[in-house]
Design a protein around this ligand. Structure first.
Ligand code: ZN
Length: 405
């Protein structure tokens, strides 16, 4: 071979082994093949398992601390709403806001013994009047312990010899004459069917009739739910009494103070009737009402009165000065001086007509001009407002005497 050829011939002869080497590098060793097969198998398996898990509901995460019940697991039996032991009855510290509040308790009905029959009785004869009275007596104990000025419309379980109408009027009169902060009529419900057993609380007519009544009712509903733990709960547990009667309930209709009627549970439900026979259960209900009232007072009980030095007699066309009290600022504790009434909630009316006013948030004083056209005579000036916690003024009617200009 020529030298030149050698080069040419040698080049491929030199490359050939390299190619061979490359080919031998591409040819996989059986061990690698086996490893690849295993890896592919594992990937496929993982895919199938993944698909399987994807179709399963998500797994519960279990957080366990030794000795501590897992909060994500089925609640232990003591968490069950209806299965609580009889509670103790501590007076919570916020009940201090009830001190000096005036409440009239009205244990519903009297004289059921005289009427006989099955009127207002449970399936085995438990009388509603008797349960109402027991609950009221227990509630009086709680309220008295918290410093409430509390009065009962009846303390015995027998007829006072009055007609139904006179009897109801006499009860409400007690609250009206005292200008109580709340008239609370205590009842238990009845139904033709045995199943119903829930709490309902009634205010008169419409929420506008007495907004403070609705505030109290809402707090009472929560207190009763916490104490009685009935399984059934109405979608709206605080309701107007016109759902029951066209003119509402007589005791609420005649009230000139915030007034509510509680139907804590149903004496017509056999299990509930059995519970209502138990004084401990009655005390539980009273405690629920008490908690509700304490929370109601805690939220502040707003009031309005004539400002000091302001005479009740006002000439038409002149101003009358009113002192508002949001029920919170006057407490005097840390931070309470930051409170004020909700300015947009202020509403002043005379004979249904809205009046203009000027409000000074520093002094919480309201300056209202009596129209020159106002008819002379005794009138009630309506002053509505809410405090920072949404509570409505308890007694929005301020009596004034309008004089000729
Ligand atoms: Zn009743």
């Amino acid at each position: 071979m020529a030298a030149g050829d050698t080069d040419v011939a040698n080049q491929p002869s030199k490359r050939k082994p390299r190619r061979r080497r490359r080919r031998s590098a591409r040819r996989l060793h059986p061990a690698w093949l086996l490893a690849g097969a295993v890896a592919a198998g594992m990937l496929l398996g993982a895919g199938i398992v993944g698909l399987f898990w994807w179709r399963q509901p998500p797994r519960e995460i279990v957080l366990t601390v030794p000795g501590v019940p897992d909060p994500l697991h089925t609640p232990p039996s003591q968490y069950a709403w209806t299965d609580q032991p009889a509670p103790l009855f501590p007076i919570p510290p916020y009940a201090k806001h009830l001190r000096g509040v005036s409440i009239v308790l009205d244990p519903g009905h009297i004289g059921q013994r005289d009427r006989g029959g099955t009127w207002k009785r449970g399936p085995t004869g438990l009388r509603e009047a008797e349960v109402n009275l027991r609950v009221a007596l227990f509630l009086r104990e709680f309220l008295a312990a918290a410093g409430v000025d509390v009065v009962l419309t009846r303390e015995v379980d027998r007829s006072l010899g009055l007609s139904d109408d006179d009897d109801l009027a006499a009860r409400v009169k007690i609250a009206n004459e005292r200008r109580a902060d709340l008239f609370l009529s205590i009842h238990h419900n009845g139904h033709d069917k045995p199943e119903p057993n829930f709490t309902s609380i009634f205010y008169h007519e419409s929420p506008e009739h007495s907004r403070a009544s609705v505030c109290a009712a809402l707090h009472l509903l929560g207190g009763l739910a916490d104490a009685l733990r009935l399984e059934q709960h109405l979608d709206a547990g605080v309701l107007g009494d016109r759902l029951l009667y066209k003119n509402g309930l007589a005791v609420l209709r005649q009230a000139r103070v915030p007034a509510v009627l509680t139907e804590a549970s149903f004496h017509s439900n056999p299990q509930e009737e059995a519970r209502l026979r138990d004084p401990v259960y009655n005390r539980r209900e009273a405690y629920g009402l008490f908690l509700g009232l304490a929370r109601w007072a805690q939220a502040g009980l707003p009031r309005v009165r004539l400002a000091s030095g302001q005479d009740r007699a006002v000439k038409a066309g002149r101003e009358v000065l009113l002192q508002l009290d949001d029920g919170l600022r006057g407490r005097g504790g840390w931070g309470t001086d930051s409170f004020d009434v909700l300015r947009e909630s202020i509403e002043v009316r005379l004979n249904g007509e809205r009046l203009d006013y000027a409000y000074d948030g520093v002094s919480e004083r309201l300056r209202v001009t009596i129209p020159r056209s106002a008819r002379p005579g005794p009138r009630d000036l309506y002053v509505g407002f809410q405090n920072a916690y949404g509570q409505h003024v308890l007694h929005p009617l301020v009596p004034i005497e309008i004089q000729r200009p």
